[in-house]
Design a protein around this ligand. Structure first.
Ligand SMILES: NC(=O)c1ccc[n+]([C@@H]2O[C@H](COP(=O)([O-])OP(=O)(O)OC[C@H]3O[C@@H](n4cnc5c(N)ncnc54)[C@H](O)[C@@H]3O)[C@@H](O)[C@H]2O)c1
Length: 435
């Protein structure tokens, strides 16, 4: 099968490489010439574990190519996946669909023979109808179907998620399109990944419902953590106590600085907007989004309190900048709010992240970047652990204490044990646990 993947970002590049690895002939298209040139030189523009090897293998074996020429890729494709960005629209929080609609117009001009156009981007209910209208208007003669196939992969574990998904959602009422989609995903049926066929609108909504539910679960445990701090309870024990109940499940019950990243913040907002437009507001998700956005900056205040109420003129070391480990993605990372709150209160900030510092440079100002955790801690009045990279899980506590000017550690991911930190002489503050 010939597949065209429009957009070679986190989702497009991973999906394209995995489809090629299934045996399909995949051409990844991006409008960013620098990205395509880099890919053609064998460089991977993002950090995702295992991706460089997977791309190199499939390029070598002739199944994966990269181009800026959308027309050429689409003409020979039986299925065309749209995997472009759908960020929050500036001002109102609706999903910005301009990239999706531009891709639809470009695809319309190029399709040749029966083509299945698949929205893999996360798009609001009804976007498939509009994509279909755009293509039909431009090409009344064309033979095509528009399908929704939302992507559920997680950055940092994207390849494993793509190859062994919990489920594959396919939204279409068109039997011919469903059969093409079944061919695209056939290698996964062998792994017995469930395929859920449903209407296009239902598939579009399923993706938002999944992200909103996960964001709610995180926010729930974060608020329980706040209560734990007031009543002297331990949120990790509460999480285990409820998570072992199969109806609840133990995942996404880790209290922390609030959710961030390229999906949850924008997708919860977009769902809120869609629901309001349809006069079926989802108050629960509205509250989740409001609580979460306040929480990230509140983490800055937590650091200030741990420093005795003021950070003016103090140096704060920040470990971990990306929104989670094993990615270089800085979009809506909690570290941005934490650092900005500290800077607003007069602190100097030093930071270290294994993969995120390049992206961070364009999003943060006046941050001094360092070469490792100990270099970051050197001379600082407090250290804040924001992202739980593995390399921060087993720091040499004696060395860390010697590097810091004041032995204050604020652990926003509950990586360390309070008793151990106390034994090493730290003033230690974590989330929802007695210090
Ligand atoms: N990142 C994730 O973990 C994740 C997971 C599931 C779903 N999604 C969804 O997938 C979509 C893509 O997300 P992403 O993180 O990969 O975005 P991204 O910003 O990393 O990549 C998007 C790419 O599309 C390219 N592009 C935009 N318009 C184009 C056009 N007309 N023609 C060709 N290329 C074009 C951009 O240059 C960019 O490289 C979004 O809707 C997102 O919500 C993302």
């Amino acid at each position: 099968m010939h597949v065209a993947m429009i957009g070679a970002g986190y989702v497009g590049l991973v999906s394209g490489a995995c489809f090629a690895d299934f045996g399909h002939e995949v051409c990844c298209v991006d409008k960013d010439p620098a990205k395509i040139e880099a890919l053609n030189r064998g460089e991977i523009p993002i950090f995702e574990p295992g991706l460089a090897e997977l791309v190199a293998k499939n390029v070598r074996e002739g199944r994966l190519t990269f181009t800026t020429d959308l027309g050429q890729a689409v003409r020979s494709a039986e299925s065309v996946f749209i995997a472009v960005g759908t960020p929050s629209r500036r001002g109102d929080g609706h999903a910005d669909l301009s990239y999706v609609y531009q891709a639809a117009r470009d695809i319309a001009a190029a399709i040749d023979g029966y083509t299945v156009i698949v929205t893999k981007s996360t798009v609001p209910v009804g976007t498939g109808d509009e994509v279909e209208r755009i293509i039909r208007e431009a090409r009344p003669d064309a033979d095509f179907a528009v399908v929704s196939n939302p992507e559920f992969l997680r950055e940092g574990a994207a390849i494993a998620d793509f190859k062994r998904p919990d489920r594959i959602v396919i939204g279409t009422d068109d039997e011919r399109a469903l059969s093409v989609m079944n061919d695209v995903y056939r290698p996964l049926y062998l792994n017995q990944s469930p395929v859920l066929a449903m209407s296009r609108r239902t598939a579009e909504l399923t993706k938002y419902a999944a992200n909103a539910f996960l964001a709610t679960k995180i926010t729930f445990i974060n608020e329980i953590a706040d209560l734990c701090e007031h009543v002297g309870a331990n949120v990790q024990d509460v999480a285990r106590g409820i998570g072992l109940d199969n109806r609840i499940g133990s995942k996404f019950l880790h209290a922390g600085p609030g959710y961030g990243g390229s999906c949850f913040p924008k997708d919860t907002l977009a769902l809120i907007k869609t629901a309001q437009d349809h006069e079926a507001p989802i108050r629960l998700v509205e509250t989740v989004a409001a609580v979460n956005s306040q929480r990230k900056r509140a983490m800055g205040r937590k650091v200030i309190a741990a420093c005795g109420g003021s950070v003016r003129g103090k140096t704060i070391a920040v470990l971990g900048l990306t929104f989670k480990p094993n990615t270089d993605d800085m979009r809506d990372a909690p570290s941005i709010d934490v650092i900005t709150a500290l800077q607003d209160a007069g602190a100097r900030v030093k930071a270290y992240d294994p993969e995120g510092m390049e992206a961070a440079r364009s999003m943060l100002t006046d941050v001094h970047y360092t070469k490792d955790a100990y270099d970051c801690a050197r001379g600082a009045d407090a250290l804040v652990l924001v992202t739980e990279w593995d390399t921060f899980r087993a720091l040499d506590l004696r060395r860390l204490k010697a590097a810091l000017a004041e032995p204050v550690v604020v652990d926003l991911r509950n990586v360390y044990r309070p008793d151990e930190m106390r034994r090493h002489g730290f003033t230690y503050v974590s989330i929802g646990r007695p210090s």
